[in-house]
Ligand binder design. Structure first.
Ligand code: IN0
Length: 379
């Protein structure tokens, strides 16, 4: 709290937001009866993996909260297997492909992750997640298992792909496909869960393309922001088709003399992500339930704020650039309805327009992409 306040010292409205948020969040949200040990443990895991996002999940209405929490933890489980380079491919492939069956196996746990894997403990105690999964309504179980099936198989295909292992993601099409597996499917699954709960119309589950793009927008923003973190562990998610226009090796952007190329390539990446923004607003415009709306909108506004911060920002290549906690909290407090969220999108598209300059090879395309966000009418 003290560091967050200090970071916002020149942004008084963020100080107000931080204090407001602190008081809002200090009251316990939902109390789980002490005998439901597995459920308590699941929420502990949720709170450990992501503080602010966990709070947003816990604010969801009763009909959907547990299903989303378990969906999140199942996805984390898959991720923890995919991520771990110490698991040999012969072992990893069946683990990923069969994960949708594993979640039905009462008592299943996994302790073969490397000691440094950050969510290792989740798989060590995965029996609690399975117990709660099996306690969900059958329809929720089917949605979660179906997404785990598709995602696990997609991840396994990439983990086995020789070109991907050597060079990383190759084409723009590959980039969209990879992001579809790890994030687009999450959007598709969430829309199905929302519809299944009855809190959203059945039609929302049919909006698979818009749901997919919601995930792509988030994941592409993460990939741009995490350039350095990923490069240091030799993961290359920036598509080769984009960066080879500027350099021979993705790591060259870090070298002195490559600053202009680095910032131009960054613009191409940001433009690629930004093109999904209008469709994300279109998706959010279809959400009726207040708690689901905030749940969807908060990561989205953080993504567009992040893109605006990363645009023209050479620091991306030398450190991890993140929005201040104060700015995050201010955004969280504002995400109450589609008009506010559309205003936030417009605000950050203007921030991008102000940083745009005519020497950028993407100048026109970026102006158009921002223009589309600005002109979108919400009805
Ligand atoms: C998410 C998404 C998420 C939330 C709401 C609607 C969505 C629709 C489509 C796709 C994803 C959607 O949100 C989280 C947000 C999050 O975890 N934020 C982090 C911040 C950060 O920098 O990582 C936090 O600590 O607050 C998200 O990023 N993902 C996610 C995972 C599971 C579920 Cl159920 C929902 C991950 C990803 C890869 C983008 C899908």
């Amino acid at each position: 709290m003290a560091t967050s306040l200090f970071q916002s010292i020149f942004h008084p409205s963020e100080i107000v937001a931080l204090i407001q948020y602190k008081f809002l969040k200090s009251s316990p949200i939902h109390v789980i009866p002490p005998e439901q040990k597995a459920k308590i443990r699941c929420y502990e895991f949720l709170n450990k993996t992501s503080r602010s996002f966990a709070a947003v999940i816990q604010e969801l209405d009763d009909e959907i909260r547990d299903a989303v929490c378990i969906f999140y933890l199942v996805l984390r489980g898959l991720d923890t297997i995919e991520d771990d380079m110490s698991i040999p491919i012969e072992k990893k492939e069946p683990l990923l492909r069969d994960f949708h069956k594993t979640i039905y196996k009462k008592g299943w746990t996994f302790d073969e992750n490397g000691p440094d894997e950050k969510d290792r403990q989740l798989l060590v105690e995965f029996d609690v997640v399975i117990e709660e999964f099996l306690g969900l309504r059958k329809k929720f179980q089917n949605v979660i298992a179906d997404i785990a099936d598709k995602m696990g198989n997609g991840m396994a295909d990439y983990a086995k792909d020789a070109a991907y292992n050597k060079y990383g993601v190759m084409t723009n099409k590959d980039f969209d496909l990879y992001c579809h597996y790890v994030a687009g499917l999450v959007g598709i699954g969430l829309s199905s869960l929302f519809s299944t709960s009855g809190l959203e119309k059945p039609e929302l589950a049919k909006e698979t393309e818009l749901s997919n793009l919601m995930g792509l927008f988030l994941q592409k923003t993460n990939i741009i922001r995490d350039y350095l973190e990923d490069l240091l562990v030799n993961r290359r998610f920036w598509p080769k088709e984009i960066w080879t226009k500027y350099v021979d090796d993705l790591a060259d952007f870090r070298k002195p003399g490559y600053e202009k190329k680095a910032v131009d390539c960054l613009s191409t990446m940001i433009l690629n992500a930004l093109q999904h923004a209008p469709e994300c607003l279109t998706y959010m415009n279809k959400i009726q339930n207040k708690s689901i709306f905030s749940f969807c909108a908060i990561p989205q506004v953080m993504a567009i704020a992040t893109l605006a911060l990363l645009f023209k920002n050479y620091n991306v290549y030398h450190s991890v650039v993140k929005i201040r906690k104060g700015e995050t909290v201010k955004l969280i407090l504002k995400c109450t309805n589609i008009y506010e969220v559309a205003n936030i999108f417009r605000y950050y598209s203007k921030v991008i327009i102000q940083k745009n300059d005519s020497k950028d090879p993407n100048f026109m395309k970026i102006s158009v992409a921002c223009g589309k966000v600005n002109l979108l009418h919400i009805i």
